[in-house]
Design a protein around this ligand. Structure first.
Ligand SMILES: Nc1nc2c(ncn2[C@@H]2O[C@H](COP(=O)(O)OP(=O)(O)OP(=O)(O)O)[C@@H](O)[C@H]2O)c(=O)[nH]1
Length: 375
């Protein structure tokens, strides 16, 4: 036997497949699982209601498929999710099932995905064996608008997504359908500006397009940060949102995505205090945070941040900058928070002047202000 120390196994990527009731999750799951490239995929399926049917509809049901049959994955069966993932690991480690290289979790249509992400990001043991790859949200092109109007869970499923798959576009026929479809696309862009929208009915929802959405793709030499953050798309959508008149009765307009960026290196203490303050003040309203940070203490090795609501994932550090853009960039998705409030806080912590503020003018015009703030 070799004396070489055993390296911990590479964490297995987990993709969360969510979307409202009947949107087409199982249909998509079946299509993905029929791809030979996904042969070594384990599947967790959550069913809502006493009599589960979904597993009967999943064509590749075997020992690498675990059914979580009790209630709604997001609230009542977080323990079941942990148990389901542990069960898969046990079966693999004991040789009952062949090693799997990927996990797909299909949630119930009523699931709020945030608590599920918390389990994947926070569980002390599971985070060593699994890593969240991304959230794929399925949206029905015909019912999507009505669902968004009525069900806040569906708004959150979209806001938190990394990829969106539109299904049933083949059923968009009448002029009314088409107008609704255009409106739906605009709403999806506003809710999840960073998430590419793929047309499932036209075959765009391929494994290549949906999977490996994360920053930590070990097979990619250079992690694609701009794709992971999608910060330019987020900025464009935020500029558009600022230009629109705000209707507080439209609940999906209460969700905003925006980017914070700065060239200057940031001290670990400043970023820590900023995040703590945002988390303490806005907690559950902070739906998602992704970021890459240029540390003053170690500017060549950027810090990667993940947050979901009040939970901030322990940050990890990359060995080098993945591309030429060496700025600190944070993408935030918030609900019922005015981005300007967080932007001002960020500027204050990063030592940036705040010229759009009356106070900012007082500072920049003030000869007693520190030299870095004076005009
Ligand atoms: N025409 C059309 N039908 C679709 C498409 N995608 C899914 N469907 C149909 O929509 C219905 C619901 O699809 P499912 O895949 O069971 O939806 P689901 O999201 O898993 O449903 P729940 O598990 O109940 O939440 C089925 O009859 C599918 O055949 C599509 O792109 N076009």
């Amino acid at each position: 036997m070799s004396d070489a120390p055993r390296r911990p196994p590479e964490p297995i990527p987990v993709t969360l497949l969510t979307g409202f009731l009947g949107a087409g999750k199982t249909t998509l799951l079946n299509r993905l699982l029929s791809d030979p490239g996904l042969a070594d995929t384990a599947v967790l399926i959550n069913e809502f209601g006493e009599i589960g049917l979904d597993h009967l509809l999943v064509q590749h049901f075997d020992d690498a498929t675990v059914l979580l049959a009790s209630g709604c994955l997001c609230c009542t069966v977080r323990g079941d999710l942990v148990e389901g993932l542990e069960q898969l690991l046990r079966r693999m480690d004991n040789g009952v099932i062949p090693p799997f290289r990927r996990v797909l979790i299909e949630t119930t249509g009523l699931a709020d995905p945030a608590p599920i992400l918390h389990v994947l990001m926070m569980h002390p043991y599971l985070v060593m064996r699994f890593r969240l790859d991304g959230v794929v949200t399925v949206v029905d092109a015909i019912n999507g608008n009505a669902t968004l109007d009525e069900h806040p869970e569906s708004v959150r499923q979209i806001a938190i997504s990394d990829r969106i798959v539109l299904t049933k576009t083949d059923l968009v026929e009448t002029a009314e359908d088409k107008a609704g479809y255009e409106l739906l696309r605009a709403r999806l862009r506003a809710l999840a500006p960073g998430a590419p929208v793929l047309d499932g009915a036209r075959g765009e929802a391929t494994p290549q397009a949906l999977l490996n959405a994360g920053l930590f793709d070990p097979s990619a030499k250079i992690p694609d940060v701009s794709r992971w953050l999608a910060d330019e798309a987020v900025d464009a959508a935020e500029a558009e949102a600022r230009g629109r008149t705000h209707d507080p009765n439209r609940h999906d307009e209460r969700i905003r995505a925006f980017t914070l960026a700065t060239e200057a290196p940031v001290s670990a203490a400043a970023i820590d205090m900023f995040l703590e303050l945002v988390r303490g003040t806005h907690g559950p309203k902070l739906l998602r945070l992704k970021g890459i940070v240029k540390l003053a203490e170690d500017p060549e090795r950027p810090l990667v941040l993940h947050g979901v609501q009040h939970v901030l994932h322990p940050p990890s550090q990359l060995a080098a900058w993945p591309d030429d853009d060496h700025r600190t960039r944070l993408v935030m998705i918030v609900r019922d928070v005015e981005p300007a409030v967080i932007r001002r806080l960020f500027d204050a912590f990063m030592g940036l002047p705040m010229p759009d503020q009356p106070d900012g003018t007082a500072l920049t015009d003030n000869p007693l202000a520190p030299a870095t703030l004076r005009r």
